[in-house]
Design a protein around this ligand. Structure first.
Ligand code: SAM
Length: 281
């Protein structure tokens, strides 16, 4: 049976280039091109966008993105063994795939992209959360990207979309939902990957909002949520003591009972708290 793009099937690519998966690089490959094309479609219309892909590996998702019509894909890969396989894809899609060899955590990624930009990746688990936090915390908002469509371990995906009072609710939910619309768009079992990881996975789609849902200084919001969730089972009057001053009065001034716990407070409450703290003499 032919592939979606006439290039060899991924199992053959892996065999030809001897791409035995390396655990330390988080290598769990997607080999079903129909599945990677489906993930590409979850990212929206790519025809007028540069797509940034982190960790293309043997190129399954890269091929999905190109076949689905991405204007251009910029793919950053740390493992030099994958580069010859990616060169073959670049040759099949002239002028539409640029491969950057290196560590995504070290490179100046926006410098290689022309807006509008969408980020789509089956992220290496060991750097996924760090990259997400960076993308969600740019020096100025809106950021250089329009949307993020990212594969995570299911547990991390649930933390991103969590609502108050749930077990997964915490700093990541606040950071993500403050300035994006975040939802899980696909669940994948371990067997979807080669080799199969121990955990289930999920694809999260985050669409940037033009402005934050509620005003707040990002650094102050980050400080308050870190303090509140570091001791999530404690009452806020106690977990926020480190803010100094009259913490009970601060909480009451924004309508939060001092006996409430972090997991009960919504995004609006944390933003109000951050604003009150900023305004405090
Ligand atoms: N996109 C491919 C797929 O879906 O089959 C591979 C995904 S695999 C989970 C993660 C990929 O990220 C691997 O190819 C790995 O070599 C690469 N990688 C790991 N750490 C990286 C880093 N810091 N910067 C860029 N790529 C990295």
């Amino acid at each position: 049976m032919g592939t979606i793009d006439g290039l060899p099937p991924l199992r053959e690519v892996i065999r030809t280039h001897d791409l035995v998966a390396k655990k330390q690089l988080g290598q769990n490959f997607l080999l079903d091109l129909n599945l990677t094309a489906k993930i590409a479609r979850m990212a929206g219309d790519l025809s007028a966008c540069d797509v940034l892909e982190i960790g293309p590996g043997p190129g399954g998702l890269t091929r999905g993105l190109l076949a689905e019509g991405a204007r251009r894909v910029v793919a950053v890969e740390k493992d030099p063994r994958c580069l010859p396989a990616l060169d073959e894809i670049a040759a099949a899609y002239p002028g539409r795939l640029s491969v950057l060899a290196g560590d995504a955590l070290e490179l100046d990624l926006p410098a290689h992209l022309t807006p509008p930009v969408r980020i789509v990746a089956n992220l290496p688990y060991n750097v996924g959360t760090e990259l997400l936090i960076r993308w969600l915390s740019p020096p100025v908002w809106p950021p250089f990207w329009e949307s993020l469509t990212l594969m995570f371990q299911k547990e991390v995906a649930e933390r991103i979309v969590a609502k108050p009072r749930g077990d997964h609710y915490g700093r990541l939910a606040i950071l993500a939902q403050w300035r994006t619309e975040a939802k899980i768009v696909m669940h994948l079992p371990p067997e979807a990957f080669t080799p199969a990881p121990k955990v289930h996975s999920a694809v999260v789609h985050l669409k940037r909002l033009a402005a934050p849902r509620y005003p707040a200084d990002p650094a102050v919001l980050s400080r308050v949520t870190a303090m509140a969730f570091n001791q999530r089972r404690k009452m806020l009057r106690s977990s926020l003591k480190g803010l100094g001053g009259d913490v009970e009065a601060l909480l009451e001034s924004v309508g939060i009972p001092p006996t409430a716990r972090a997991e009960e407070i919504g995004l609006d409450g944390f933003c109000a708290l951050a604003r009150a703290l900023t305004a405090r003499p």
